[in-house]
Ligand binder design. Structure first.
Ligand SMILES: CC(C)(COP(=O)(O)OP(=O)(O)OC[C@H]1O[C@@H](n2cnc3c(N)ncnc32)[C@H](O)[C@@H]1OP(=O)(O)O)[C@@H](O)C(=O)NCCC(=O)NCCS
Length: 330
């Protein structure tokens, strides 16, 4: 059976930099509070009229160039996002149109912060069964158009940023690529990090009352998310190590979801991983959700922190709650 290798990576971050001080001019927060609790210094926001599929286009082109492949080489698209361009159809279809490759299949993955790893897992299965040889997997988010820039939403608003990461995945017979993926979810916690409105279970799906109550903004139980992340991430990382008969020292680099620097520090400490074996770039971009792991992995490679042949662990937890890990050899 072939393995699934990452053939190329790309990313796109919007140009507009929004610092913590910029946010402090809009609502009651401070650079000090945000840095101390989250590690974030700044994030990027799109200009109005830009959706996640728009961010995915340059990320995809860069990933293709990095892989030395052409658009025509892509046989299938997987688009991971919690912020689809529209309620329907999926952003995979919107991206496919923007790329100009009509006809190939396009699947959206809605497993928020774990979306990129869920997408990797799906792509891995498609490739291993021989259904496709080359898959484009994108994680892209535009959060800024849906955040509440007021005291009520400040706990969540300061965390998130816009951005996209993309990988081209392909079949390989070499000793490289995805070793295993491990996916979990627990829907009992769905409302601990969610956006309720618009909702198909209400008619109409969006009313003035909903908006007056702010139910169209994302809501989060920050402490619960933090607690779950520091509990589940070490477990799902160990699950991947056990499945491959490896120990923590065998990992060259952990590339975790970028939700909160403190979460990643706790996780590394629990696992006994030294800081130099954990990649973080949350200070620059905040939490770009499905985009965070491909962007972090791409930057880790560009900075020489991850290189060909390294054993890399990816891990994420977020809304759902969903959590997941992927062990791969670059
Ligand atoms: C959000 C998070 C940073 C909040 O930190 P915390 O230590 O739990 O803070 P609390 O929620 O207890 O709030 C502490 C105080 O800070 C205030 N506060 C909340 N957000 C604030 C902000 N952006 N700026 C300033 N003060 C803020 C609260 O109102 C509270 O004030 P009070 O003590 O007067 O009531 C933290 O819970 C966290 O990171 N959780 C995980 C979130 C996450 O990763 N989400 C994405 C998952 S994919």
């Amino acid at each position: 059976m072939p393995r699934t290798a990452i053939l190329g990576l790309g990313q796109y971050l919007p140009e507009r930099v929004v610092t913590n001080d910029d946010l402090a001019k809009m609502f009651d927060t401070s650079d000090e509070w945000i840095r101390q609790r989250t590690g974030i210094s700044e994030r990027r926001y799109v200009e109005d009229g830009t959706g996640p599929a728009d961010l995915a286009v340059p990320a995809t082109k860069q990933a293709l160039e990095n892989a030395g492949l052409e658009l025509e080489d892509i046989e299938f698209i997987i688009f991971a996002t919690l912020n689809p361009d529209y309620f329907f159809p999926g952003s995979g279809c919107i991206l496919q149109d923007k790329l100009g490759v009509p006809g190939i299949g396009a699947l959206d993955v809605r497993a928020p912060c774990s979306g990129f790893i869920y997408g990797l897992s799906a792509a891995d299965a498609f490739i291993k069964t021989g259904m496709y040889k080359r898959i484009l997997l994108v994680g892209a988010e535009v959060h800024s158009s849906g955040l509440e820039f007021a005291d009520r939403g400040r706990d969540l608003t300061v965390l998130f940023g816009d951005g996209a990461g993309a990988v081209i995945l392909g079949a390989t017979e070499k000793d490289e690529g995805i070793l295993s993926t491990h996916l979990h979810a627990d829907g009992r916690y769905a409302k601990d990090l969610w956006m309720e409105i618009p909702a198909a279970c209400y008619s109409p799906r969006l009313t003035k009352e909903h908006m007056d109550e702010g139910r169209h903004y994302p809501k989060m139980n920050g402490r619960k998310v933090f607690k779950m992340a520091v509990e589940k991430l070490p477990k799902v990382i160990n699950e991947a190590l056990d499945a491959n008969g490896l120990a923590i020292d065998d990992i060259d680099l952990l590339v975790p979801h970028q939700a909160n620097l403190r979460i990643n520090e706790f996780v590394a400490q629990k696992l006994g991983l030294p800081p130099e074996k954990v990649y973080n770039n949350i200070h620059r971009y905040g939490n770009t959700t499905a985009g965070s792991i491909p962007i972090a992995l791409n930057e880790a490679i560009q900075e020489g922190r991850a290189k060909k042949g390294d054993t890399i662990m990816l891990a994420a937890l977020g809304s759902g709650f969903t959590w997941a890990s992927c062990l791969l050899k670059l």
